[in-house]
Design a protein around this ligand. Structure first.
Ligand code: SAH
Ligand code: SF4
Length: 349
């Protein structure tokens, strides 16, 4: 490893600050990866502890009005079987998630406008009665809708910026505006949500400098959660023949994020495990502290096909819970018992 990277890792660990160029250097230095991961693991231990937060993921509709070039749920994809769960089915999955021991559920879907603000608020109010923290991940909505969801009981919102490079964003998210994506994130911040965002690593044309800009943006936004995942080309989309995102680059980005946003919740994403068996353990040891096991049931798991090769499609929610619990314990970590809100610490002097 180059001496420069070694110095940068020490600087990041002690000051939690790096310049854009310094981030680029670390992202580009494959030989620094293990040391970077070790430093991130130490900072993770110091700031957010050894507890791993499990969030139960409910994939409640794969219907989407958007047309993102990488995603199997895009509206132009005629090769996917669409489904939409009923309100009762969604609430029932949340109730079961609670039964498996989850303290948080993540309600995720395509941008399905059947779930208008009144419908969504009814669902939120019912789930709130179960004493679960609720994360929404249903895409771009108006400030008024975000406000209504918040008042009805949503605690967190997950909306990846995907890339802070506006030109790249417009190329791969046709019909969407980068400005509106930013507006959504700042509205969510102002409305008092815990804001989760993140990057899709490996979009064709994405540079290391652009990934460094993403990191700096997460610092500026003071993101509470940052989910980073590699692009997994989906043959039913325009990016079907693209190169997959680089697992190792994604791993280095996770570690850098932990060093620079030490209090953030950082998931080991499912896409990482789709690329590399046991990929989530690797990422949990490289700075991450959250896993989002699937609590969707039956064939809906398969049908929620953002990308091919999705893991655990034949498993039950109980299997996933058991499996993750065992794997976390085998790492010498434990499943956290609280709702997993961001842990704010006083700045170190
Ligand atoms: N519709 C919502 C939530 C569902 S999509 C939204 O877009 O925010 C959730 C995430 O899946 C997206 O943010 C995107 O980064 C990721 N995703 C979609 N297609 C993917 C692919 N082919 N490979 C890896 N991740 C993908
Ligand atoms: Fe729809 Fe989200 Fe997929 Fe884009 S990434 S097509 S908004 S589900």
């Amino acid at each position: 490893m180059a001496g420069q990277s070694e110095e940068l890792i020490i600087k990041a660990k002690e000051t939690h600050g790096l310049t854009r160029q310094e981030i680029v250097t670390l992202l580009g230095d494959a030989s620094a990866e293990e040391q970077l991961a070790r430093a991130a693991d130490a900072v993770r231990h110091e700031f957010v502890g050894d507890g791993v937060h499990l969030r139960g993921l409910i994939e409640f509709s794969n219907i989407c009005r958007q047309d993102c070039c990488y995603c199997g749920l895009r509206r132009e994809n005629g090769r996917i079987e669409r489904y939409r769960l009923t309100e009762d089915e969604i609430v029932e999955l949340a109730r079961k998630a609670k039964g498996y021991g989850y303290r948080t559920v993540v309600l995720q879907s395509g941008e399905d406008m059947h779930f208008s603000a009144p419908v969504m608020c009814r669902i939120l109010r019912r789930i709130r009665q179960l004493d679960l923290a609720i994360t929404l991940s249903i895409g771009e909505r108006s400030r008024e809708e975000y406000k209504a969801f918040r008042e009805a009981g949503a605690d967190r919102y997950l909306l990846r910026i995907e890339t802070t490079d506006a030109a790249l964003y417009h190329r791969y998210d046709p019909g969407m505006s980068h400005e509106n994506r930013l507006r959504c994130l700042w509205d969510l911040r102002e409305l008092g949500y815990e804001v989760g965002t993140g990057t899709l690593v490996g979009l064709p044309g994405q540079s290391l400098a652009s990934l460094a800009d993403d990191v700096l943006f997460y610092q500026e936004l003071d993101a509470d959660m940052i989910g980073i995942g590699p692009l997994i080309p989906n043959g039913d989309t325009p990016l079907g023949k693209a190169q997959p995102g680089d697992f190792h680059l994604t791993r280095r980005m996770v570690s850098i994020l932990r060093l620079l946003l030490p209090e953030a919740n950082i998931p080991a994403t499912t896409a990482m495990e789709t690329m590399v068996p046991r990929g989530r353990e690797v990422i949990l040891s490289s700075g991450a502290n959250v896993v989002m096991p699937n609590v969707t049931e039956g064939d809906y798991r398969r049908k929620y096909a953002l990308y091919p090769g999705k893991i655990c499609v034949a498993d039950t929610p109980a299997d996933c819970r058991q499996c993750m619990q065992g794997r976390i314990a085998a790492m010498g970590r434990f499943v956290a018992r609280d709702k997993g809100f961001r842990h704010h610490r006083e700045a170190k002097i």
